[in-house]
Write a protein that binds this ligand. Structure first.
Ligand code: NDP
Length: 438
């Protein structure tokens, strides 16, 4: 008789030192345990929780002072069952193999949830792109690509951006790839439009997040974003575009943050000004230059202290802990939708769900980005450029479908508020079917 404990024990023998990866896999196993036939699916589960291939290398690059600097580079190719490996590259000092293995596993489930023909991967480097000159960024990207390019291909592994990797950097990496292996536009997504990128790719994750939240608000509470107060952590790609979409739908973004602090105005923030200062690489405090009456705290986590109707945590993993979740619930939050990957800890999400808050995990809620990446791959293959209206409609359709599928699954297991379990089950079943039916 096989059971989850046996799977965990075997897993720990190999990955005991990979704390986040183990935690992520165990969270998944604990959530779905009750709803799958572990004895029957033993080998399926064993296959799904482990990466198929891991690439790890050193990147030696030259900074503007002529000094050679060493960084680590990685690509975790987790699952190719449903299509080419697909997932972002993250450039941030905290990047290590443990984080990337965990994100690649989640990405495989996420891509399965979308219903699109995409496998799962994640990669990156501990390189910090902040305050680097364009020449330094180019040199780093070239060296990073020298090691990674042999493992990529438009029908094999197609990276995109993630934290610290804007479409400018994707452009630099694609330039390097072209020099090393020749023209192949479909090998990256999130490219600048002039190089075959899709319209709305930068906006896709944030917009998609708000679209799925809209579906959930309608189904569970028969309401929408109009006049709702919204907290959005971060002020990067996901957060900014989510903020624009919230405003477009009549909501009010009352707080945003970055790693140096949080700004708050009960009457709503000027999102385009937040965008302007962050595009200029300034700290969020610079918002007060134009709006000196705004509340500012140098503690980014202070954002969860404010009263609001909806929270869209869109900065980073583990940014909402149990203590923060309690404050949100005490202040009457009705929905929490994850823009970032795993921003709520396991304890925080369990608590908010228990308190009747609508909660959609990142692997469903932030799947808009990878979905438009898929549209980019299709446009490159067909040598087409779709309009903004086309892409936006398709994005909305994918997000609505994702919501309907996880909602139906939650109803099927008689756990209407457990969209977290339902998301894992929808992704798991699609991967399982592929293994069993080929
Ligand atoms: P960006 O690098 O564009 O932005 C990240 C933002 O979060 C920045 O404003 C950053 O501030 C802020 N931040 C980082 N750490 C903290 C912290 N501890 N407290 C408050 N703010 C913080 O990344 P993205 O917007 O692209 O990604 C955000 C999240 O969304 C990540 O988890 C990513 O994996 C996930 N995601 C992104 C997708 C995409 O399409 N971009 C797709 C799916 C998921 P600062 O400027 O100070 O660094």
């Amino acid at each position: 008789m096989h059971n989850i404990d046996k799977i965990k024990k075997e897993f720990l023998k190999k990955y005991r030192s990979q704390k986040l990866y183990s935690k992520t896999v165990f969270n998944f196993l604990d959530l779905v345990n009750q709803y799958i036939d572990v004895d029957n699916d033993y080998h399926v589960i064993e296959q799904l929780i482990e990466a198929e291939n891991v690439v790890e290398f050193d990147v030696f690059w030259e900074n503007d002072k002529g000094k050679i600097v060493k960084n680590k580079g990685y690509r975790v190719q987790h699952s190719k069952l449903l299509g080419p490996y697909k997932g972002g590259l993250r450039f941030h000092p905290t990047v290590n193999l443990d984080i990337l293995r965990s994100l690649a596993f989640e990405q495989s489930l996420k891509n399965a949830i979308t219903g699109l023909p995409l496998g799962g991967a994640k990669g990156g480097s501990d390189f910090d792109p902040k305050h680097k000159s364009d020449d330094e960024l180019r040199r780093f990207c070239y060296k990073y690509m020298e090691s990674l390019a042999p493992y990529l291909g438009h029908d094999y592994d197609v990276p995109a951006g993630d934290i610290g990797v804007s479409n400018k950097l994707i452009g630099y990496m694609y330039d390097a790839y072209r020099k090393l292996k020749g023209d192949e536009p479909g090998v990256f997504t999130g490219k600048p439009i002039s190089e075959g990128g899709s319209i709305l790719r930068p906006e896709a994750t944030g917009y998609g997040l708000v679209y799925i939240a809209e579906s959930a608000l309608k189904h569970y509470k028969n309401t929408d974003f109009k006049r709702k107060k919204v907290l959005i952590s971060g002020s990067g790609n996901v957060a900014i575009h989510a903020a624009y979409k919230v405003c477009e739908l009549g909501g009010m973004v009352v707080a945003m943050s970055d790693s140096s602090g949080v700004i708050y105005n009960n009457q709503g923030l000027d999102v385009s000004y937040v965008d302007e200062i962050k595009t200029k690489d300034k700290r969020i405090h610079a918002y007060l230059d134009k709006y000196p009456q705004t509340f500012f705290s140098a503690d980014s986590k202070h954002i969860w202290n404010f009263k609001a109707d909806i929270a869209l945590p869109s900065a980073t993993q583990n940014e909402v802990q149990l203590v923060d979740a309690k404050k949100l619930v005490d202040h009457g939050i009705i929905g929490i939708f994850e823009g970032a990957n795993m921003p709520l800890t396991k304890e925080a999400s369990a608590y908010v769900i228990d308190q009747g808050v609508i909660f959609i995990p990142g692997k469903a809620a932030n799947a808009g980005g990878v979905s438009v990446s898929y549209f980019e791959m299709v446009q490159n293959k067909l040598k087409q450029q779709w309009t903004k209206e086309d892409v936006d409609k398709k994005l909305k359709d994918v997000m609505t479908n994702i919501f309907n599928n996880i909602y139906k699954e939650a109803e099927r297991i008689n756990q209407k508020m457990r969209l977290d379990i339902a998301s894992d089950l929808v992704g798991y079943k699609r991967l399982r079917d592929k293994i069993l039916k080929g």
